[in-house]
Design a protein around this ligand. Structure first.
Ligand SMILES: NC(=O)c1ccc[n+]([C@@H]2O[C@H](COP(=O)([O-])OP(=O)(O)OC[C@H]3O[C@@H](n4cnc5c(N)ncnc54)[C@H](O)[C@@H]3O)[C@@H](O)[C@H]2O)c1
Length: 284
């Protein structure tokens, strides 16, 4: 089997980006959001994003038009029944994801591979909510999904070899360079990245330097394309906190214990770009 029809669940930053990537690479995409108007809005945002690429000369107008024709926006989960692969990209919350996996297992054809875009959570816990744990794996895209070349393929101990092989060919068909990793919190990238991001917040909280100087230092001193606070705002502070909490839960390493300032900002709904305010202000 090769993936021709892919279902995406979740209409946030990552769901939209993965849907756009799959559609541009020739797959039929069924995009599911709990509210139909939100799913329609995502397709509108996708059209805008693709048009920007056409205007910059990075994409043919015909490729954009064909990609958009391949996307169907739905609110009913049962519309995913005949997908070859479903990738969930809802909130980073194990309870929400487990509930979704049991629903998907009930609805989807026996051949459908069920995947999660989780950043840190144990994939095996989602797999065990289904009657097909051998057909469940992690397919972890990076933000923004249409641009970043990496996909981490996460192998829970329950996954069949064919499932991982299908996930790999799907990632390659999306133009990505996959790496495979064990089902351990943070996988490769976030296990290494989040202690750094967390410690940047610690420096800020301790008054060692201000936001702009820390961001400038990491760009100029390490050659990073953006500083830690710009990156935290891009990822979303709520998602970042959920990632740190899951890492701490797994390893009990103090480097993963979220700095209080981050938690306070999430409580205050300062979530970064998506809420208009985080470490930076995006409202002007
Ligand atoms: N933001 C990133 O940089 C990034 C990168 C890679 C992977 N991820 C992962 O992708 C997933 C989604 O993250 P995002 O950044 O797109 O988040 P987001 O906040 O932009 O979107 C979350 C989506 O989940 C939906 N949702 C919330 N509660 C739900 C529930 N109980 N049931 C079903 N849907 C629900 C929301 O309506 C929204 O559409 C998470 O697992 C996250 O860890 C995020």
């Amino acid at each position: 089997m090769s993936v021709k029809r892919v279902g995406i669940v979740g209409s946030g930053i990552m769901g939209s980006g993965i849907a756009e990537t799959a559609a541009v690479h020739g797959m039929e995409v069924v995009l599911r959001s709990r509210a139909k108007d939100r799913a329609d809005a995502m397709v509108g945002a996708m059209a805008k994003s693709l048009t920007k690429q056409v205007d910059k000369g990075k994409l043919e107008a015909a490729v954009r038009d064909e990609a958009l024709e391949r996307v169907t926006a739905v609110s009913d989960l049962s519309a995913l029944a005949e997908c070859d692969l479903v990738i969930e990209s809802v909130v980073e919350d194990l309870g929400a994801k487990k509930h979704l996996f049991s629903e998907l297992d009930r609805i989807c054809a026996a051949r459908t591979i069920l995947a999660t875009n989780t950043s840190t959570l144990p994939v095996v816990e989602m797999a065990m909510e289904t009657g097909r744990p051998d057909k469940v794996c992690g397919i972890h895209f990076f933000n923004p999904a249409p641009v970043m070349s990496l996909v981490e393929l996460v192998r829970p101990i329950t996954a069949a070899e064919e499932t991982m092989a299908e996930a790999r060919s799907f990632a390659e068909a999306c133009g990505k360079s996959p790496v495979e990793v064990k089902d351990q919190a943070g996988f490769i990238v976030n296990a290494l990245l989040f202690p750094y991001l967390n410690n940047a917040v610690r420096l800020l909280e301790g008054g060692v330097a201000d936001r702009d100087d820390i961001d400038t230092a990491m760009k100029g001193g390490c050659g990073f394309p953006m500083g830690p606070f710009a990156l935290l705002d891009l990822v979303g502070l709520d998602t970042s906190l959920a990632i740190l909490d899951a890492l701490y839960e797994e390893y009990r390493d103090p480097n993963y214990a979220a700095v209080p300032l981050l938690r306070r900002m999430v409580t205050a709904e300062q979530l970064g770009r998506k809420s208009g305010q985080g470490f930076y202000d995006y409202r002007t």
